[in-house]
Design a protein around this ligand. Sequence first.
Ligand SMILES: NC(=O)c1ccc[n+]([C@@H]2O[C@H](COP(=O)([O-])OP(=O)(O)OC[C@H]3O[C@@H](n4cnc5c(N)ncnc54)[C@H](O)[C@@H]3O)[C@@H](O)[C@H]2O)c1
Length: 339
Amino acid sequence: MLKAAVVGVRHIGKVHCRYYQEIPDVELVAVCDLDQKLAEAAAQQFGVKAYTDIKALLAHEEIDVVSIATGGIENGSHHFEPAMIAIEKGKDVLVEKPLSNQLSEAREMIAFAQEKGVRIACNLNHRFAPAASKAKEWIDHGNLGSLLYVNMKLTIGNQNESTPWIHLRALHPHSVDVMRYFGGEIKRVQAFMTKAPGRKVWSTASINMEFASGAVGHLTGSYDMDNRHPIEQCEVAGTKGRFVIEDVYNEATFYPHHQSELTVIRNSVLTGMEGFNATFKNRLHTFVNEITLNVPPDEISGSGKEALAAQEVIETAIRSHQENGAVVEVKALKQERKK
Ligand SMILES: NC(=O)c1ccc[n+]([C@@H]2O[C@H](COP(=O)([O-])OP(=O)(O)OC[C@H]3O[C@@H](n4cnc5c(N)ncnc54)[C@H](O)[C@@H]3O)[C@@H](O)[C@H]2O)c1
């Protein structure tokens, strides 16, 4: 039985709690929030112990895996401290995205986890959907041939005006991760961004990408749309065919070249994903299974290292925009521990 704890339980942490409790071989033992009232309310809701300090939690409870669902600036500045404490104590950690809003901290977390030999995963939940797994199989089985392009669109409505880069750093770990999941390493980036009328942040972005494989791609991102409508579409094309995934998990269609018959995987009303939160469920299940099977830290799915790679692409896009749309090389992954 794996013993789990969740740190940060205002919104998303409670989704982690709910799904840990649904996994048969996991026991949710405790929750932690700096806000005592929130910690106690969540503890009562899930029937577990409440803490306001992760150090005390780890000192008093036997824990194997810790979810870090804190937020902060650009939804990521509060992850570093509790994640480093959990890693120091030798725990496997699942960190919400972005790992941190600062690349230097994200790099340090990955390096420290490596040093300690623990697994660090990120909640890159958009790839943890049956449609994405099937599409990955199509690529791996050669159904698409050599990849030519990966076109991604992730557009939601979010009026957050906290920093110029909130849209890029808080939302696009997901889209860039899905692009890398299908297309591999991204080598070069060129970005143009705009602010919707009245907005102070770069709320809509258009980003060209070149993959290490030679394939090309594009990301359209926005915080200026409406959440009532589809938010995501991913199209991947190769020399033998192409697929389109609609709205994360709703439908994946494979269009083989030179054939009229299509393959369509549709989310079932009765047995499919019951909503977006089910991506969290699949993601947590995968992490827990991988821990149970003792999968080595370097081989886990949706790893912290992959999240860091997506963040490197986002920061490169920001640089490109700052350099007036220059084509900028994505830096090789750096993991660094401060001396
Ligand atoms: N994967 C997804 O699809 C998805 C969707 C939405 C949000 N998120 C991510 O989930 C995370 C949490 O989002 P939220 O909206 O619940 O954030 P939030 O800011 O509403 O809540 C964070 C909570 O963490 C607590 N906290 C901060 N530092 C702490 C610490 N050191 N120890 C204990 N508690 C601490 C705060 O008191 C707060 O209650 C963010 O990183 C966000 O980007 C992911």
